[in-house]
Design a binder for this molecule. Structure first.
Ligand code: DGT
Ligand code: MG
Ligand code: MG
Length: 297
């Protein structure tokens, strides 16, 4: 009898606690005994005043590009899809001021003063990676038409902080120099195979230890190809920035007792624009002074 009473009493206590939880307002939210596990979360706030760069890279794209029959050395459909996905990331996360992409990678630069997601590295990186990956799948058909996507692709991500404008520019220069080095190698390699009839092993041996000048010379003297005239997209990669552009629309207006008239309206809108130009030298940065923020902050 005594045991039964105590059980009932405990049951009543639990019932009251449940009621309290159900009707408590946010100011007096009850905490469960499990709440302490929150303290295991690590602080990954990015250091203030630094540019936050998120770089994504396709996972195992060597295999992905083979299985989806990418053109060698460059597939414009794949490059277009990468840029489209990067634009989608910029449109969703407006504090990204510039993005740079080549091959299966894209780097996104957040304003150094951004407060998005409280500057939490994991939040920024995962939002960028998931928006990019879902866009890559979403827009696949626009670029590859009837060629099916055979399996879900994924992209790894990393966060790097750069404290000065010089560091940030050097980072982007590094990626563009990488684009140039790889493209010169790949262009020469696949020209030797596709036009010169070499096997891939022979082409590799031919280029082993060669300098940039040697590759330019092979292309020019043996295949009449001037590397300088190759596509800027392949040589320089893709740079995305925000720019103000004028958009003109025409409207038909009909007032009572008047004939229909056409009016044109011009609006200035911020849009993501794409460039395949040099970003190592000063000219690009002088033409777009809004991208970098003052080092004195
Ligand atoms: P990872 O990043 O460690 O998971 O491994 P991968 O295989 O993604 O290696 P990575 O990122 O160093 O190299 C990119 C690969 O993607 C490389 O094998 C060439 C391929 N790829 C990228 N863009 C194109 C393209 O336009 N055409 C062709 N044929 N292949 C491309
Ligand atoms: Mg990769
Ligand atoms: Mg890569």
């Amino acid at each position: 009898m005594l045991r039964l009473l105590s059980v009932n009493f405990r049951g009543l206590k639990e019932h009251k606690t449940l009621l309290r939880l159900k009707f408590s307002t946010s100011s007096v939210m009850a905490k469960s005994k499990f709440e302490y596990v929150r303290n295991f979360e690590l602080d990954d706030t990015c250091l203030r005043n630094c540019y936050i760069v998120v770089r994504l890279d396709g996972r195992n794209f060597h295999k992905f590009s083979e299985q989806h029959n990418f053109m060698k050395p460059n597939d414009n459909r794949a490059l277009g899809l990468m840029s489209r996905s990067a634009r989608s990331v910029m449109e969703e996360l407006e504090d990204i001021t510039i993005a740079y992409g080549q091959s299966d990678e894209f780097s996104f630069v957040f304003r150094r003063s951004t407060t998005w997601f409280k500057r939490r590295a994991s939040k920024l990186m995962t939002h960028v990676a998931s928006q990019f990956s879902s866009s890559f799948v979403y827009y696949w058909k626009e670029y590859f038409g009837e060629h099916p996507l055979l399996y879900p692709p994924s992209f790894d991500g990393r966060v790097v902080l750069y404290p000065s404008n010089r560091n940030l520019r050097d980072y982007l220069s590094w990626r563009q120099a990488d684009c140039h080095i790889n493209n010169l190698y790949n262009t020469t390699f696949w020209t030797l195979v596709q036009k010169g009839g070499l096997t891939t092993t022979q082409a590799e041996e031919r280029l082993s230890g060669s300098q940039a000048a040697d590759k330019n010379e092979i292309l020019f003297s043996e295949f009449n190809i001037n590397y300088n005239n190759e596509s800027p997209l392949h040589k320089k990669g893709t740079t995305l920035i925000w720019e103000k552009v004028n958009e003109t629309t025409t409207k038909q207006i009909k007032r009572p007792d008047e004939a229909e008239t056409e009016i044109t309206v011009t609006r200035t809108r911020k849009k993501v624009t794409s460039h395949s130009c040099d970003i190592i030298g000063d000219q690009f940065w002088e033409e777009h002074p809004d991208i970098l923020e003052s080092d004195q902050c």
